[in-house]
Design a binder for this molecule. Structure first.
Ligand code: NI
Length: 171
């Protein structure tokens, strides 16, 4: 099932998501599969569960856009345990369609997470993958990428979104 993507303005996006327990539940596998489907349908490279309205600490990432099954990553209860260097580049979010901004992130990031079996693993990513780790982990803490841009730019984006909401063209 493909879920609609929750847009900026919905409080679930700015709420700290809940830790996942109960790894044997089939619902968890279904949820992760539906997250991948929803992400591919929206043409994203990462999706966090709150973006489909589920306030749980789960994110899926595929920087190959569905081209390489080996690049499908599921992070459950992730935390960034190491950051190195910096990179500045354009970043967007499925919950803020139509906007992209320059965001500075760590160039290399190591994440510690659980897989679908509940096993703890660590993974280091660079460049786009490192950016995805940081962006998606932020989502689970209720933080959107616009928190990492200047107040001026953030206010401009918020004003534009208010206009879109008024015009019935948002959410
Ligand atoms: Ni996002």
């Amino acid at each position: 099932m493909i879920h609609p993507i929750v847009k900026y303005g919905n409080p679930v996006l700015e709420t700290k998501a809940q830790t996942v327990t109960g790894f044997s539940a089939p619902e968890l596998h279904t949820l992760v599969e539906e997250m991948f489907q929803s992400m591919y349908a929206a043409k994203g490279v990462g999706l966090a569960a709150p973006q489909i309205g589920v306030s749980k600490r789960i994110t899926v990432i595929d920087t190959s856009n569905g081209q390489n099954p080996e690049e499908k990553i599921v992070l459950i209860n992730p935390e960034i345990i190491k950051r190195e260097g910096t990179q500045t580049g354009e970043e967007g979010c499925l919950s803020l369609p139509g906007f992209r901004e320059q965001v500075t992130r760590a160039k290399r990031a190591t994440v510690r997470a659980q897989n679908l079996k509940g096993e703890v693993f660590e993974m280091t990513g660079e460049d786009l993958l490192a950016r995805a780790f940081q962006h998606e982990t932020d989502h689970l803490n209720g933080i959107l990428y616009i928190s990492h841009v200047s107040v001026l730019k953030r206010d401009l984006i918020k004003r534009k979104i208010k206009k879109l909401i008024k015009a019935g063209e948002w959410g």
